[in-house]
Ligand binder design. Structure first.
Ligand SMILES: NC(=O)c1ccc[n+]([C@@H]2O[C@H](COP(=O)([O-])OP(=O)(O)OC[C@H]3O[C@@H](n4cnc5c(N)ncnc54)[C@H](OP(=O)(O)O)[C@@H]3O)[C@@H](O)[C@H]2O)c1
Length: 292
């Protein structure tokens, strides 16, 4: 049986790495995985996870989704000259009061999370359309379904990805191409640590007003608690990707964590006010909310 060719972005760590390893080791031997990463000096971690016995199911290639040339180079290097399952997973976070974020930092995050996803899909879509076959799986986020304070630009990028995928799904349906979003809550990966590298430093926080600073610090503490108590393991999240891959007719959205009361609230009260109230109370329980 011909192997399904899978291309995954962002395999140096976290969800991408976990999925690449899981598929390369699938007992059916049904997958040939092209695990891509922007910096090949980070490939040791992936290699350690697949030590031995992966030669015909895994290939590691360099690909930076902000660089069209590197995406095209990967396309040229795919021996089978087709991708059956494209997984757009690479992404970065950005945390901090909006007033402190620089234009450069904001553009970088959009260049990865939104335009990187678009570039990757654009590159592999024509061949899928010509074959009238393909799967596109995008790593989504709760931050693409509901707003989180101080994640304004990250959420903007992930909301945009939702719009991109939902819009494409309507057209691609006519080409037997299925696009699915795997909506993740907090997952135990490098994501938070990487995010802290771009967030404003203590000295920069001195530039904002005291109230914003206090809310930001309360939010950081809340995130630390959530990431400690409610974080999912990569393996559980990878399982949801496998569900989407195995589905005969994949859904547009899969949720890695089914207890999402705020998202339900948002959908039930469409003017948005109930969500804002509930999220404010939940995230900032010590704050007096005068107008709510
Ligand atoms: N972890 C969470 O709590 C969480 C929650 C919701 C959604 N997500 C989403 O899950 C996806 C994967 O993140 P993760 O949690 O697995 O975090 P991670 O461990 O930080 O992995 C992110 C991956 O994206 C790669 N990447 C960043 N910029 C890139 C670029 N320009 N080109 C190619 N690759 C690039 C990183 O490479 P480097 O190692 O070179 O930086 C890394 O391999 C992201 O889309 C994220 O938004 C994560």
């Amino acid at each position: 049986m011909e192997k399904a060719v899978v291309l995954i972005t962002g395999c140096s760590s976290g969800i991408g790495l976990g999925l690449a390893v899981r598929l390369a080791y699938d007992s059916s031997g049904a997958f040939k995985v092209y695990a891509t990463m922007r910096d090949l000096s980070k490939k040791e971690r992936l290699l350690e996870c697949v030590r031995g016995g992966h030669e015909d199911t895994l290939k590691i290639l360099q690909m930076d989704i902000t660089d069209q040339k590197s995406i095209l180079a990967v396309k040229q290097n795919i021996e089978e000259k087709r991708v059956d399952i494209l997984v757009c997973n690479a992404g970065v976070g950005l945390l901090g009061p909006l007033e402190l974020l620089t234009q450069d930092t904001m553009q970088q995050i959009l260049d990865v999370n939104l335009f990187g996803t678009i570039r990757t899909i654009q590159t592999f879509l024509p061949e899928m359309k010509a074959r009238r076959s393909g799967r596109i799986i995008v790593t989504g986020s709760l931050g693409g379904l509901q707003g989180f304070p101080f994640n304004d630009v990250y959420c903007a990028s992930k909301f945009a990805v939702e719009g991109l995928c939902e819009s494409l799904a309507i057209q691609l349906h006519h080409f037997n191409i299925h696009i699915s979003l795997i909506e993740c809550g907090p997952v135990n990966t490098n994501f938070m640590a990487n995010q802290h590298k771009t967030s404003p430093k203590e000295s920069e926080l001195q530039k904002i007003d005291a109230k914003t600073k206090a809310l930001y610090q309360a939010y950081i503490q809340h995130c630390q608690r959530i990431f400690q108590d409610d974080m999912q393991d990569t393996e559980n999240v990878v399982q949801v990707f496998l569900e989407a891959i195995a589905a005969e007719t994949p859904a547009l959205r899969y949720y890695t964590n089914t207890s999402m009361p705020f998202n339900r609230l948002k959908l039930s009260f469409q003017d948005g006010s109930q969500y804002i109230k509930a999220a404010s109370k939940f995230l900032f329980p010590d704050e007096q909310l005068t107008d709510l």
